[in-house]
Each structure stands twice: as structure tokens, then as C-alpha cells.
Design a protein around this ligand. Structure first.
Ligand code: ZN
Length: 87
């Protein structure tokens, strides 16, 4: 993944990701603010993700895009702290 994608993903994770429910997120499109994508930890609705499978079909590769990466970063940022003993 390019450094640019990671940069974009980090920006999205900061203020473009909305958690809908467990493993379902809504991410604003960076190119069109009226659009947004539904993203899980494995899939994304964006063109880049779909095209990946078109081009690499059957090669056993996992698609990635800035949105999937943003969700991954978002989860890292919002990880629940370790439960403390003896409350
Ligand atoms: Zn995407």
C-alpha cells in the first residue's frame, strides 16, 4: 500500500469514520462529500476495492483500500482499555 493511501486512511480514521455497529462503519468519500461507503473489516463498497478483485481475481490476494485501512486504524484508536481487576 502506498504511503499516500496510509496518509489518507489516517485522516479518515480521525474524522471520517462513523461506527454503525460492531464491524460496520460508514466512511465519507474524500472525493465526494455527499457520498459515503459502508465498510466492514473485510469489505468496502468503493471502486478501488471492487476493481482490485477485477484485476487480481483468483490470485488469493486480499483487497485493500484507504477505507479498510481507515477502519483498521480507527479500531486501534478506540480500543477498549484492558479491564482493570477489582473494580
Ligand atoms: Zn474503500
Amino acid at each position: 500500500m502506498s504511503a499516500n493511501t496510509i496518509k489518507k486512511a489516517k485522516a479518515l480514521a480521525k474524522d471520517g469514520v462513523v461506527k454503525i455497529e460492531d464491524d460496520l462503519y460508514q466512511i465519507k468519500s474524500s472525493s465526494d462529500p455527499t457520498k459515503s461507503y459502508f465498510v466492514t473489516s473485510e469489505t468496502c463498497e468503493c471502486e478501488g476495492f471492487k476493481n482490485f478483485y477485477k484485476f487480481h481475481h483468483g490470485k488469493g490476494l486480499k483487497a485493500n483500500c484507504s477505507h479498510l485501512e481507515a477502519v483498521r486504524i480507527f479500531k486501534e484508536m478506540h480500543k477498549k482499555p484492558e479491564p482493570k481487576k477489582g473494580k
